[in-house]
Ligand binder design. Structure first.
Ligand code: FAD
Length: 402
């Protein structure tokens, strides 16, 4: 691929974190050609993690959300969606009927909250966008202390929403289909070590409960569960997200639960994908994998990596996936991309402790690290995850003890 020059026109589709950071990184890398940012949402780019944390709990107002902290020269087309792409000719069509001719296109359309298919689907809130937040805050205005909220899904978003609602004086009840929250994301052992978190925070979690339906009552909602029903004043679902790829049908790009891209994040000549929407080739320490991750840091790192590659500064070092979550008053952090069947051992603290560090390993080499309330230990373990250090060597070195 030939580097960008002053005659290039880069169109970035999707004005979330990955899209905005790509625009910033291209300018920072010296790109002085034409740059257009297309965003379906009417709002300027904003940050999503605070939606389910500081802003929903009422600790901070939405003024902490904007991503734009310094002026960047870019043509902004907000409030219009891209409806089609011709990847070969680099043409983008928009919902207002216009068409943009580009030399390079970046797909940064992220993901959307999965909806529950129930009778009262329109009464069930989700939390992905600023508009979702406004609708949820509006509904909360009609509730008072002690009112009950069903939070469907005990994953990261569900746990954070429950924590924030509890801080507002409401009574969240988390409904989880699996045996334990986070079992899919962190595995059976780690999820067991975290099982005490909700009760310590005085929040009820009902596991192994599949939602059969949500129906309206005279006042509020009935969540029909496999075992017993739940009458509540509000329902919020956090049951995962799906990549926004439908607009790419017929584009010529390979779509497989995301946009398939190579190690340089390129899908075809002059077309790349970044952030939550990208299924990228990741040269991890334990081999090449094709992964899609919905993590803030990965979206930010993708933007830097693509800008570096497209401006001729070379490919940066492979990224190390990183995720954090603030739930039930505790910070959980994960480094690496461990598989569901990787083994995991605590290396600092005990399962019953409030703070610990554990290492995931596969084939005798470190594949990830997870920390409960121990950011320093996690960061000290980072070099082990970066190179996939043999486990025995990692345990001897024990950098977290330093
Ligand atoms: C409530 C919440 C809390 C989170 N907390 C954490 C956390 O604690 N830690 C963490 O690591 N990650 C967290 N995340 C995940 C993190 O925010 C995402 O990984 C990040 O937002 C991904 O950025 P993105 O730009 O790839 O996608 P998005 O943020 O989804 O942005 C994509 C943008 O593209 C737009 N778009 C979609 N289709 C089109 C189209 N056809 N045309 C034009 N525009 C389009 C969308 O409207 C959207 O604005 C959280 C996410 C949410 C929702």
């Amino acid at each position: 691929m030939s580097p960008l020059d002053a005659s290039s026109h880069v169109v970035v589709v999707g004005a979330g974190l990955a899209g905005w950071r790509t625009v910033e990184a291209l300018r920072d890398a010296g790109f002085d050609g034409a740059l257009t940012l297309v965003g379906e949402e009417p709002h300027p780019p904003y940050d999503r993690p605070p939606l389910s944390k500081q802003v929903l709990s009422g600790r901070l107002g939405p003024d902490i959300l904007p991503l734009e902290r310094r002026p960047v020269e870019v043509v902004r087309r907000f409030g219009v969606a891209a409806t089609a792409l011709d990847a070969g000719r680099r043409r983008v069509w928009l919902s207002d009927g216009s068409e943009i001719a580009a030399t390079h296109v970046v797909v940064a359309t992220g993901a959307r909250a999965r909806r529950l298919e129930v009778t009262a689907a329109e009464g069930v809130h989700t939390l992905r966008t600023r508009d979702d937040l406004d609708r949820l805050l509006g509904a909360l205005e009609r509730l008072g202390p002690g009112d009950r909220v069903a939070v469907i899904g005990g994953g990261f978003i569900g746990a954070e929403v429950a924590t924030a609602l509890h801080a507002r004086g409401l009574v969240p009840i988390v409904v989880e289909a699996l045996a334990r929250p986070l079992i899919g994301a962190l595995g059976p052992r780690v999820s067991a070590w975290l099982m005490d978190l909700p009760s310590r925070a005085d929040i009820e979690v009902r596991c192994r409960q599949v939602v059969r339906d949500v129906v309206p009552r005279a006042s509020g909602w009935r969540v029909e569960l496999a075992e017993g029903d739940l009458d509540v004043d509000l329902v919020v679902a956090g049951i995962g997200a799906d990549p926004n790829v439908e607009w790419l049908a017929g584009s010529g790009l390979e779509i497989d639960r995301g946009v398939v891209v190579d190690e340089q994040l390129e899908a075809s000549e002059g077309v790349a994908a970044v952030g939550d929407v990208a299924r990228f080739a990741w040269a991890g320490p334990l081999g090449l994998e094709r992964i899609r991750v919905e993590h803030w840091q990965v979206a930010a790192d993708h933007a830097l990596a693509l800008a570096s590659w497209w401006t001729g500064r070379g490919a940066p070092a492979p990224l190390v996936p990183y995720f954090w979550s603030d739930q039930y008053g505790t910070k959980i952090q994960l480094l690496g991309h461990p598989h569901a069947d990787d083994e995991v051992d605590l290396v600092l603290g005990q399962p019953t402790d409030d703070r610990w560090l554990a290492l995931y390993h596969r084939g005798g080499r470190v594949s990830g690290a997870v920390a409960r309330r121990h950011p320093r230990a996690l960061m000290l373990a980072r070099p082990l995850v970066e190179v996939g250090t043999p486990l025995d060597e990692a345990l001897r070195a024990a950098p977290w003890a330093g």
